[in-house]
Design a protein around this ligand. Structure first.
Ligand code: SF4
Length: 331
């Protein structure tokens, strides 16, 4: 099977005790069935603790979180299971994180999650480069092939738009939003047309609207919130400057979400989600790396939050095109 991954994918290595956040904090960890059975069969103090801490909920096994952290997380920042039994004993969630896998049947796309600080550092500092493809063709396509062809082609186009440094980054993001509608039309069956960025920007400049600064943060404040830091950030946005790292951030979101439209043919709401994510991160301000990583931890790792944004992209007034474009194109 063909596997495609970003050029930086293999440079990730967990920095463990040097991590400024941790995947062992705040989240419930889902433990796969094989690991749960193994953990429960262990003798001694570790086995006793694991039998006590593993809980079965709604058909899944999760590690109980104590004081907002995984109880296997030691004072020195290392994992007790890994320290006592070796890396191979980690459950699938911990072994894989922050690596992402999207399996489409005849090809796999891999990536890193922005919610891990070290992965975020790599994503936001690695120069734009062609992805790496390895493996050989095989497997059966589990998708609508015509739709996937459109999505693969239009994804290349939007990545080219985002990489065009002859424009300011905020204009590139505005064009990515506008191109997203053209790509949606092509996904719906319209013919492929050339995209003229200058004309597209010219046609929208008149109707952009500058919303209240709190409108988008207020929407996010209504979602599920994990940390006090995130709640504070949403309460007091302090917009930062646009910088070229936003091209890398948008690229990350595009690589992660664009092809998912093959499941329901709804690309437009994902494009809005991508652009609104970049706009919100800029609105909140602070060091981009920390704000983006925190965003991902709070939003991307919570399926209910992602769903709420995809729904809000159509229905909520904070996501209208005139306001998103206003936030992107205001001077
Ligand atoms: S968040 Fe990333 S760097 Fe930090 S402990 Fe987890 S995998 Fe390692």
């Amino acid at each position: 099977m063909k596997i495609t991954k970003p050029s930086y994918f293999d440079s990730f290595s967990c920095i463990a005790s040097n991590c400024p956040d941790s995947c062992c904090k705040e989240w419930d960890v889902q433990v796969d069935a094989a690991s749960a059975a193994y953990y429960r069969s262990l003798p001694g103090a570790l086995g006793d603790d694991l039998r006590r801490l593993l809980k079965d909920e709604d058909g899944e096994t999760v590690m109980t979180i104590l004081d907002r952290r995984c109880p296997m997380w030691r004072q020195d920042g290392l994992c007790r299971i890994q320290a006592e039994l070796g890396e191979a004993a980690l459950c699938k969630t911990c072994r894989e994180f922050p690596r992402l896998t999207h399996d489409y049947g005849d090809f796999i796309e891999r990536g890193l999650e922005l919610s891990c600080p070290e992965a975020a550092r790599i994503i936001l500092s690695s120069p734009i480069a062609a992805p790496i493809t390895e493996g050989i063709s095989g497997g059966e396509a589990e998708y609508d092939e015509e739709a996937m062809d459109v999505l693969l082609r239009t994804r290349e186009n939007v990545l080219t738009i985002l990489a065009d440094t002859s424009r300011p980054v905020n204009e590139s993001l505005a064009l990515a939003l506008l191109y997203g509608y053209q790509a949606q039309a092509e996904l719906d069956g319209d013919e492929e047309l050339p995209f003229d960025g200058d004309s597209a920007l010219e046609s929208v400049r008149e109707f952009v609207k500058i919303p209240e600064i709190s409108e988008l943060p207020d929407f996010f404040a209504g979602l599920e919130i994990l940390t006090e830091e995130w709640a504070d950030r949403l309460r007091s946005p302090a917009p930062g400057a646009w910088c070229d790292e936003y091209r890398l951030l948008a690229r990350y979101f595009v690589e992660r979400y664009w092809l998912q439209a093959v499941s329901d043919y709804d690309l437009a709401c994902r494009v809005k989600y991508i652009i609104a994510s970049c706009v919100l991160i800029r609105q909140l301000g602070g060091p981009l790396l920390r704000t983006a990583q925190l965003y991902s931890k709070e939003i991307e790792n919570n399926a209910d939050n992602v769903e709420a944004i995809l729904d809000g992209a159509y229905a909520h007034p904070a996501f209208t095109d005139d306001k998103l474009l206003g936030l992107l194109l205001q001077n």
